[in-house]
Design a protein around this ligand. Structure first.
Ligand SMILES: [Ca+2]
Ligand SMILES: [Ca+2]
Length: 426
């Protein structure tokens, strides 16, 4: 460091001392409350007052109220402020202070973040302490009357189940967050908060109670996968519910929710190709003959896709269907299906998207389910033995689809690679 710089620094230091000394302005002055009586009840009359104060130097500022029993309620608790520039600071006060409990009072399952002062006479204090430890404070009195002290209580707050798997497989895909709200509010919000502070909003489900009104509220959470959005990463989250009433009181309840195997399943019939035995695009089958097919299913997602029977290789008679084999539809299951124009029901013949060598078992809620793992492919074969035919529809078109039962058949997986099938009748 050059001599010049040292001189400059010295000069600056001297100037600072000089300014501090000659300024010698009081740390805190021009302190005022523009009302002596506040009625915090959101009726638009005397609900808010304005606090003005001038700060000469940077300082920690507190604004608090002391009741007649000597209990202290903080509106601002040691908040660091730069000095006032040109104009004094102005802050609006609506009678709401940091959460507190009255003697003997407890709240079950929620906390009060911000609460209105009870009716009564208070001493207000504006206090400041600068970096040198110099303190100043100004006091006055404030009467609180007609305060709307009812709290928006969050009773019976619950998150169920504690662990869920939002991946559209029909098993444990949703969590429900419930609360009984005791007062109409301006807002009632729920979000998941991750370890890094990232928040994920939870939409409210329409229930008997209109939005923001007192009563029973239910939040049905799918982690976004219903809309095809990726859910928050697997992990444990804090579920935060917060309510704010018209006076500005805040209540908060928290729980935890763990996401496992979350993700949006996506699967395809590989290349949209079906290998119909006998060639195509037109095949002839004698009555009681069997139409065989082979195709490949690709799980092109980061989550396993669930499936159910019957296994590949199964041959249906044309007058059978998945239900007659006892393999009913299950929400969230992927199955390969074949449909013909004369099929009496939608996609009557269905097969699992892989065999025992392709699938893995995953246990959830005490039951085992079968999945094609993320990124895996499986060859699926099957057949339909045509034991009958419809004369007016011979030949007819048949095609394969990949169905996500009770969820969707995506366009790309619907009516793939049609084949014209003629039943040869003797
Ligand atoms: Ca009022
Ligand atoms: Ca699931």
């Amino acid at each position: 460091m050059g001599v010049k710089n040292i001189l400059l620094l010295g000069l600056l230091a001297a100037l600072t001392v000089l300014l501090a000394a000659c300024g010698n302005k009081p740390l805190l002055d021009a302190v005022s409350f523009d009302r002596a009586v506040l009625t915090p009840n959101a009726d638009g009359d005397s609900d808010v007052l304005k606090i003005t104060y001038n700060l000469a130097r940077s300082a920690e500022v507190s604004i608090y109220f002391t009741d007649e029993e000597g209990r202290r309620y903080y509106f601002r608790d040691h908040v660091r402020h730069p000095p006032s520039v040109e104009k004094p600071f102005q802050v609006y006060f609506a009678g709401v202070v940091n959460g507190y409990t009255l003697p003997g009072e407890t709240f079950d399952g929620f906390e009060v973040e911000k609460r209105v002062l009870q009716d009564g006479l208070y001493t207000w204090t504006v206090a400041a302490t600068d970096d040198a430890g110099v303190s100043a404070q100004v006091t006055g009195t404030l009467t609180i009357a007609q305060a709307d002290t009812a709290l928006p209580e969050l009773r019976g707050f619950s998150v169920y189940p504690p662990v869920f798997t939002p991946n559209r497989d029909g098993i444990g895909d949703r969590a429900t967050i419930n609360v009984h709200l005791t007062k109409d509010v301006e807002e009632l919000t729920v979000y998941l908060e991750g370890p890094d502070g990232t928040r994920y909003h939870v939409m409210e489900k329409e229930t008997a109670t209109p939005l923001n009104e007192a009563g029973w509220h239910e939040f049905d959470y799918d982690a976004g996968v219903d809309r095809g959005a990726d859910p928050p990463p697997d992990g444990t989250y804090t579920v935060v519910m917060r309510a704010r009433d018209a006076v500005g009181q805040w209540t908060r309840a928290t729980g935890t929710l763990t996401i496992e195997r979350g993700g949006v399943p996506r699967a395809y019939i590989l290349n949209g190709e079906v290998d119909w035995a006998g060639g195509g695009p037109e095949v002839s089958i004698p009555l009681s003959g069997t139409l065989y097919f082979t195709l490949t299913v690709e799980n092109d997602s980061r989550v396993p896709i669930r499936t159910s029977g019957p296994p590949p290789g199964t041959v249906y008679r044309s007058d059978q269907n998945y239900a007659t084999l006892g393999e009913y539809e299950q929400s969230g299951v992927f199955r390969v299906a074949v449909h013909c124009e004369t099929s009496p029901i939608d996609h009557p013949w269905r097969w699992a998207v892989g065999g025992p060598d392709d699938l893995v078992a995953i246990e959830e809620n005490g039951r085992r389910y079968w999945y094609l793992p993320a990124g895996a492919r499986a060859v699926v074969t099957g057949g339909i033995q045509f034991v009958d035919y419809v004369e007016a529809r011979n030949p007819q078109y048949c095609y394969a689809s990949l169905i996500h039962e009770d969820v969707e058949i995506s366009m790309v997986n619907y009516r793939v690679d049609p084949v014209r099938v003629k039943i040869e009748v003797p």
